[in-house]
Every structure is written in structure tokens, then in C-alpha cells.
Design a protein around this ligand. Sequence first.
Ligand code: HEM
Length: 218
Amino acid sequence: MTVTAESQATSLSTLLRTGSQAEHTAAEGSSFMSELLAGHIDEAGYAHFLGLLRRVYEALETTAAGLTSDPLASAVIDTAIERLAAIDADLDHWGRVDADSAATDAYVARIRDSASWGGLFVAHHYTRYLGDLSGGQAIGRILTREFHLDGAGVAFYSFDDAVPKPKLYKDAYRARLDALPLDEQECARVLAEVKTVFSLNGGLFAEMTTHLPKYARA
Ligand code: HEM
């Protein structure tokens, strides 16, 4: 019997990774990320960005707290990897910037709306935390080098105690995704939300790009 590609079951973790590859490549190549990693953004610019991320993680982590009994969301929620306290420690280093941000408002609203179905929250959780455990590790190292840091200011990228081996954590996370009782349509809905989350992150980067002239670093 010929098995068509369509009829082959794809695990949710593979669907999310392969299905959002184009969005990931776009996020990696965004001018904000490129400029930041090239060391072209000053401390105030990074503080501004981190202040926006703080609002994103506050929304993720307060929404998670309300979903601990949800059969889908509870499979990924793990207070041990939460980032809010780490971000606050970093903001003590970089300084706090109170900036209006329409892109962050839209992102936060979408996170809060994801509480309507645990599968949507899973999409939000996956896109940020698995990203932080992946490329985020390299970003932390580059910031350390560019800003000559001695450990202060990059707690956001450090999961040391909670996750001694990111690869093992990510493998276990993917296994939990793959065990979720979701049908094909529901999996497609999770993937669609992951793509939306990437585009909300892209909106935040694009907004940061408009501020770059005042944050140029020689
Ligand atoms: C310059 C910026 C970025 C770099 C260099 C980067 C790099 C990477 C790398 C190397 C991996 C694969 C790690 C592995 O296979 O174990 C990865 C995975 C991932 N990244 Fe990024 N990334 C960046 C930005 C982002 C952004 C902005 C997001 C989302 C907001 C994101 C979300 C993810 C996710 C969800 C994964 C896990 C994919 C999976 O295995 O299912 N990344 N990233």
C-alpha cells in the first residue's frame, strides 16, 4: 500500500518545529536581533527590550498559574523554568525603562486570551520557553561577550539549577507535547497559534527597530 505524506502521522513536536521553521528563520534574521547580537545596541536599548519581555513573561506566568489544572496546559507548565524573577534580577542591572508598546499590548492580550483553550496556551509556552532553552543560550553568551558582563544581567538566559542539561529538558518537553490527546485538527490549531506567537514576537522586534536610532552603540 502506498502511504501518502498526508496520511503519515506526524508528532506534535515535529509538526511545531517543521511547521514554524520559516517563522523561526524570519525571527532570527530580524534586524533587531541582528543588531543586538552584533553589539550595535546600547545598554538602554537592551533595558527597553527586556522591560517589554518582562510584560510578556508576567502574562505567561500569571496565565499559567490559572491553568495548572488544565489537562493540556499542565503538561508543559513548570514553575522551575519561569523567567520573571530572572528578568527582574537583570533589570536591576540594566535599569528599568517604562515604555509604551502597542506590540507588547497585543502580545499580552493574546497570551491572556489563550487561557480559553489549553492548546493555545501550549503554543505560547512552547514558542518562548523552548526558544529560550535553545537559541537563547547562544544569545546569553553573545551578550556576555559584547557587554563584557561577569554574570550580572544575563540571568534571563541561565537555567542552571532548574535545567542542568537543556537538551534533556527539551527532549522530555517534546515527549510531553507528543503525549497530548489532540486530534489532527487540534494540532493544526496549536501550530497556527505558534505561527501567530512568532509574528507577535516579530511585531515586538519591529517596534524595537523603530527605537534603534536613539540606542545606537558605537
Ligand atoms: C537570533 C535569534 C535566534 C537564534 C540564534 C535562535 C537559534 C535557535 C537554535 C539554534 C535552535 C535549535 C536548538 C536545538 O535544536 O536544540 C532554536 C530553536 C528554537 N527557537 Fe530559536 N533562535 C532565535 C530566535 C528565536 C525567537 C525570537 C524565538 C521565538 C520567540 C525562537 C524560538 C525557538 C523555538 C520554539 C525553538 C525550538 C524548536 C523545536 O525544537 O521545536 N527562537 N533556536
